[in-house]
Design a protein around this ligand. Structure first.
Ligand SMILES: *Cc1c(COP(=O)(O)O)cnc(C)c1O
Length: 351
């Protein structure tokens, strides 16, 4: 028997293990979760919960889907919920791509898109963003691909794409357009409420970022009823567990927590940006709860030096288009002060 390399599916043999840092109590500014801490309403729900663990949850999480429908002025049939928006990405590619179909992924954008495309038998077509990290609309339309995916606000650059460009792609691209709004709460101009306007729009959101419950793994998608019916039939039944579904419904009822979280980020973001510039970073405009910045010293020296001083940020410095760049979550005033102080130390130690 040939062993073991040839046993693995050819198209995914080069896959690497995903980001999984060993933690020693560091301040985490590397995953863009909510720095105000665990979602209060969900935490209360979990503390008070008395569940019958013997019964299956609703097959398609209809409780959460209808709560989301109410929040966004949509109908339950426009929504899908599951195990993180990562599951929504997986379901979308499973639903819409045939073996070998091409899918457009902007560069730079979310690392996991390429993973989900290839995992589902697709081929990734890279489309470089413009100098100011906006979409190259003609390049995407001309690609002839089956699916295009874009995060808006974009990760890791932080900016939203122009509304007009997204609308142009929706009308000119002959395929499915997925808009990943993982950071949508922090930005203006959501496409969530507009899914019935378009034949080919899928929007995704998550409870992992502004909602401060990444540990529960809840994400959702919206689309017109015809697209959603297709996705619903493909999604693994019961994939969202009952405890997480209940916690998410509880969290939706406390919109005040989301408003406070967003207000904190809007207040702190320009201050952190100014602090980074003062240290010699080149920062990029952000509509989300993180900032991408080009380091004044070697990116790896910076990220490792911060880690040694108890602060984690994310390194994008070895990748094309984000050369020597890092990404940090916008912290509270206290956390940002620590980040800036430690960064100054690392930079100083390089002189
Ligand atoms: C964090 C993130 C997600 C992940 O969402 P989960 O719901 O935790 O799976 C999806 N898309 C982007 C762009 C993200 O940054």
């Amino acid at each position: 028997m040939t062993f073991p390399e040839n046993l693995m599916r050819e198209t995914t043999r080069d896959f690497q293990i995903y980001y999984n840092p060993e933690l020693h109590g560091e301040i985490r500014l590397d995953t863009n979760t909510n720095v105000l801490g665990s979602n209060p309403a969900a935490t209360r729900y979990l503390a008070d919960g008395k569940w019958d663990l013997n019964g299956y949850p609703n097959t398609y999480s209809n409780g959460l889907r209808s709560a989301l429908a109410e929040l966004y002025g949509l109908e339950t049939e426009n929504l899908l919920a599951g195990n993180g928006s990562d599951e929504m990405l997986d379901v979308a590619f499973k639903t819409f791509t045939n073996w070998g179909d091409r899918c457009v992924v902007p560069v730079p954008s979310y690392t996991l898109y390429d993973y989900f495309v290839k995992l589902n038998g697709g081929t990734t077509v890279e489309s470089d963003l413009t100098e100011d990290f906006q979409l190259d609309v003609d390049d995407i339309v001309r690609s002839g691909a089956k699916v295009v995916i874009m995060p808006s606000p974009n990760n890791p650059t932080g900016n939203c794409f122009r509304r007009k460009d997204v609308e142009d792609i929706l009308s000119r691209f002959d395929g499915v357009v997925i808009v990943d709004e993982a950071y949508g709460e922090y930005a203006e101009g959501s496409m969530m409420g507009r899914v019935e306007e378009f034949d080919n729009l899928v929007v995704m959101r998550t409870f992992s970022k502004a909602y401060a419950m990444a540990a529960m793994r809840v994400g959702y998608a919206a689309a017109n009823k015809r697209l959603m019916d297709m996705m619903l039939r493909i999604k693994i039944p019961y994939s969202l567990n009952m405890v997480s579904e209940g916690a998410a419904i509880a969290a939706l009822k406390d919109q005040d927590f989301i408003r406070r979280s967003v207000a904190m980020v809007r207040e702190q973001r320009p201050l952190l940006d100014a602090g980074l510039r003062k240290l010699g970073f080149e920062t990029f405009p952000s509509d989300s709860n993180f900032i991408m910045a080009r380091s004044p010293i070697d990116h790896k020296v910076l990220v490792d030096g911060l880690k040694a001083r108890g602060v984690l940020i994310r390194d994008f410095g070895a990748k094309r288009r984000t050369e020597n760049c890092v990404r940090t979550t916008v912290g509270t005033a206290e956390l940002n002060a620590i980040l800036l102080e430690k960064a100054a130390e690392v930079i100083e130690s390089c002189r």
